[in-house]
Design a protein around this ligand. Structure first.
Ligand code: DC
Length: 219
């Protein structure tokens, strides 16, 4: 493949990034990448090894040394650690607390950026996160930013059985020095407070197809 396409979907927590990125990836036959899962995997690894996640140096050192591999299974990228793919383990409340600390460490963000860029080996991508359009693939023509009102996002998380202070997490994600959550230049912003995932993904796909024609993708 000459120039794989990367669709960058960033946004606040519980703004529907995962649901919509998966729908868009399935509709286009692209590979889905959840970059939050990669940060969560490092947070889980630190907790498991008793590495103090408040200690930026210790976290950076763990990230330099851990033995990882990228795999693509069923059109989804996974980060395998010591030949193990943690899935449920990275969704616990403890990991959710640790992850936003881990994600502030500049050396960790450098490692993640490189690893996430390496996903291009698997072909066309739909990649969701917080800094994909601003930092990981700033050159892509396909940038999207999802958001929804705080009350609606809190309801969505509660429906998943998770009670989380999303305002605090948004603040930590937006105010960190290294690659904070921002709307990328040229990104299409979609506030989906009153939209279903089907409506949101249809809007995304419509815009993606328009942009593909504009940039002459596939030629
Ligand atoms: O999307 P998520 O809730 O699984 O993300 C977990 C944390 O990782 C979130 O607090 C922000 C951080 N993150 C990030 O800083 N950059 C990304 N590209 C993806 C996630």
């Amino acid at each position: 493949m000459k120039n794989p396409i990367v669709i960058a979907i960033d946004g606040t927590s519980a703004s529907g990034k995962s649901t919509n990125a998966k729908l868009v990836a399935a509709a286009l036959g692209f590979v889905y990448v959840d970059t939050g899962a990669m940060y969560r995997t490092l947070a889980w690894y630190c907790l498991k090894r008793n590495i103090d996640f408040h200690d930026a140096k210790a976290v950076a050192s763990a990230c330099r040394r851990w033995k990882t591999k990228l795999e693509c299974v069923d059109n989804r990228v996974r980060l395998v650690v010591d030949a193990y793919h943690p899935e449920k383990e990275i969704r616990t409340a403890d990991v959710s607390v640790a992850v936003s600390m881990v994600a502030t460490v500049p050396k960790v963000r450098d490692w993640m950026k490189q690893t996430q860029r390496d996903c291009i080996q698997f072909g066309n991508l739909v990649m969701e996160g917080r800094d994909i359009g601003t930092n990981v693939f700033p050159e892509t023509d396909y940038k999207y930013y999802l958001d929804a009102h705080l009350e609606e996002r809190t309801k969505r998380r509660a429906a998943e059985g998770v009670n989380e202070n999303l305002a605090a997490r948004d603040q930590r994600d937006s105010q960190r020095a290294a690659a904070p959550l921002m709307i990328a230049l040229g990104a299409k912003v979609i506030n989906n407070s009153n939209l279903t995932p089907e409506q949101t993904s249809a809007m995304l796909l419509d815009d993606i197809r328009k942009r593909m024609v504009e940039v002459g993708a596939g030629r």
